[in-house]
Write a new protein. Structure first.
Length: 168
């Protein structure tokens, strides 16, 4: 009986020491992605805004979000890997606020998107622009912009992942 207690005490001490060693575990747990449905794809195959810069029709991506995150037309940028944006050319109407959706489908590397002014300074985008790994998407509230060309890029891959927002 005394031997059994000694064995139990020894096993308990070893188990406790293993749990408090401070070393990182040899495994990690990642929760499954949420089972929420993805919004329907933009009606325009190029990822451009709805005609005339108006809000997208009911049932589209712009209509699916809350008013705080959805403004005007919806423009979508898609990335499936670290070599390029799948939608390097997008457009929207001048002087009208809009919603920019970045759909990061790349599960191998983090990405983000930032839009630049013609002078090279970054446009203030309403939303979190830190890089993230997909599949996931982020929505940004964008201000109305004057007509012109606005380059955008991924800050993690600024040479490979570039594109142009054309405002007409």
């Amino acid at each position: 009986m005394r031997y059994a207690r000694l064995v139990v005490a020894f096993v308990s001490v070893v188990a406790l020491a293993g749990c408090s060693s401070g070393a990182a575990p040899a495994w990690t747990y990642a929760a499954a992605p949420p089972a929420t449905p993805r919004p329907p794809a933009s009606a325009s195959p190029s990822g451009s805004a709805a005609p005339s810069g108006s809000a997208a029709p009911s049932g589209s991506a712009a209509a699916s979000g809350s008013p705080a995150t959805e403004v005007g037309a919806t423009v979508t940028i898609v990335a499936t890997d670290a070599t390029k944006f799948d939608t390097p050319a997008i457009e929207t109407a001048k002087d009208k606020p809009f919603t920019l959706v970045f759909d990061n489908k790349d599960a191998t590397a983090p990405h983000n998107v930032v839009v630049m002014k013609p002078d090279g300074s970054q446009i203030q985008m309403g939303g979190d622009t830190t890089p993230f790994t997909g599949p996931a998407e982020r929505r940004y509230t964008m201000p109305g912009l004057p007509a012109g060309s606005y380059p955008f890029h991924c800050q993690v891959h600024p040479v490979a992942m570039t594109g142009t927002l054309t405002v007409k």
